[in-house]
Design a protein around this ligand. Sequence first.
Ligand code: FAD
Ligand code: MLT
Ligand code: ZN
Length: 481
Amino acid sequence: GSVASTIVERNPNFSTINHDDLIYFDKILGAKKVIQDPEELQTANTDWMHKYKGSSKLMLQPENTTELSQILDYCNSRRLAVVPQGGNTGLVGGSVPVFDEIIINTRRMNSVISFDQVSGVLVCEAGCILENLISFLDKKGFIMPLDLGAKGSCQIGGNISTNAGGLRLVRYGSLHGTVLGLEVVLANGSVIDMLGTLRKDNTGYDLKHLFIGSEGSLGIITKVSILTPPKLSSVNIAFLACEDYISCQKLLFQAKRRLGEILSAFEFLDSQAMNLVLHHLDGVRNPLPSSIYNFYVLIETTGSNESNDKATLEAFLLHAMENGLVSDGALAQDFSQASSFWHIREGIPEALQKAGAVYKYDLSLPVEKMYDLVEEMRTRLGAAANVVGYGHLGDGNLHLNVSARQYDDAILAQIEPFVYEWTSQHRGSISAEHGLGLMKAEKIYYSKSSETVQLMASVKKLLDPNGILNPYKVIPSSLVS
Ligand code: FAD
Ligand code: MLT
Ligand code: ZN
C-alpha cells in the first residue's frame, strides 16, 4: 500500500545532478563532505519510522555558513532541489527527500559559540545535538528549555525548524519565546544575520519567527541563540494511575493550581501505550504493578526549595488520592528511579516503531474532548489495529497512534479523513508539534483558512522563488511551482 496518502509528482522544473555539479561541490567542500556512498545515502533517504523513502544520490555536509551559502547559491541557480536535514528524527516525512533532492545535512556544524552565565543565553551552531547541549549546560548549572525523547539524535536546528514542543513546554513555553536569535541562509545563498541575544528587541518585524516551525521550507538555520533556564536544585517526579480520563483532566486542573510555579511536566499515557512499552523495550518495569490501570500520569515539579517542593507535591498527591482522582502512585526516590519513570513515557515512540507499522497523529484538542477521539477510533477500527493514546496533556496535545502489523490502505481509509475532520470540527490543530512535512502538506486546510495558506505561499515565493527548499512539504503542491 502507499504510505503517503497523497502521491506527488516530481516537479519537472528541477534539474538532475550532473558531473559538473559534483566537481563543483568537491571543489568548494572537499570530497569527504560530498557523500555518494550508497549505504550512507540509504540511511539519509529513510525517515525514523521507515515510512518515507527518497532516492537522493547526493548528501552534502557543509562545515560552516559560508560553505552552506555557496551550496545554496549554486543549487538555486542550477534549480537543484534540496532537503535540509538535521538528526532525521522528524515524524512527518519532512527530513528525507521525496525524489532525488540533494540532502544538506548540518551534522558538521556542531560547535558551541558562546554561553553567558549571567543571562543564560547560549549561542551555538544549528547542528549541535540536543543532548550534547544539555550536557554542556549541565556543567554550567543550566538546562535547555526543551527536552524530548529524540534528544540523543535530534539537532537544535531541527528542533527549531519543527518548533518542537516536548516534555517541558508546559513550564518554559515554546521556542517562539525562548529562541532569541537565528542566522539563516536563504535559497539564493544570502546570509541573514538575526542572531540577537536580547530578551527585548522591537525594532521592526521579528522575522526570525518565520523560520521557527517552517520545516526548512524558507531557509536553512545555521546558528541559534537561545535562552536557557537555570538548573534548579529540587526536581521531583510522580508516576500515577487514574481509572478514567475525567480523573486525568481533574488532576491537571488541580496540578495547575496546587503545584503552580513548580509544575514542570504533565504527561499522560493510556494502558495500551503502557503495554507496548512493557512489551517492546528491554528492562522496563511497571512502577505500579499491583493492578492494570486505564491511564497513567507523569507529573514533574522543578523548584528551588527542596523541603517545601517535596511537601507541596506530597500534599497534592494525598489530596488527589483522598478525592479518588488517583488510584495508585509512586514518587521517585532517587535519580535512577526518576529516569526509569521518564523512560516509560519517552520510550513510547520507540515501542510503537518496534511493534510494526504506525499511523501517527499529533493533535491539539480541547482537553475535555481529547480522549473521545481515541475511543471513537477504537470503535471504528475494532480488531484491525491497536489504537494508542498518550501525550502532553498539560499542553492539550494528544498523540493518537494506530499501530498495525503492516501499512494497509484499508486501515488508512478508516482513519483518514475522519481524524482530520474530527479535529477540524473541534477547532483543533492537525499538527500540534511535529509539523506538516510531506504527510500533511495537503491537509493544511483542516487547520488554516485558505487566505492564510495563500499568504504562506506568497512568503514562500518571496524567500524561495524557485521553490528549491524542501519541495512537496508544508505547502499544498497546487500553490507552488
Ligand atoms: P530532522 O528530522 O532532520 O528535520 C525536521 C525538519 O526540519 C525537516 O523538515 C527538515 O528539513 C528541517 N530541518 C532540519 N534542520 C534544519 C535546519 N538547520 N534548517 C532548516 N530546516 C531544517 N517532537 C516534538 O515536538 N516533541 C516531542 O516530544 C518529540 N519527541 C520525539 C521523540 C522521538 C523518539 C522522535 C523520533 C521524534 C520526536 N519528535 C518530537 C519529533 C521532532 O520533530 C524531532 O525529534 C526534532 O525536533 C527534529 O529534529 P531533527 O534534528 O531530527 O530534524
Ligand atoms: C512524543 O511526545 O513522544 C513525541 O512527540 C513522539 C511521538 O509523538 O511519538
Ligand atoms: Zn510529543
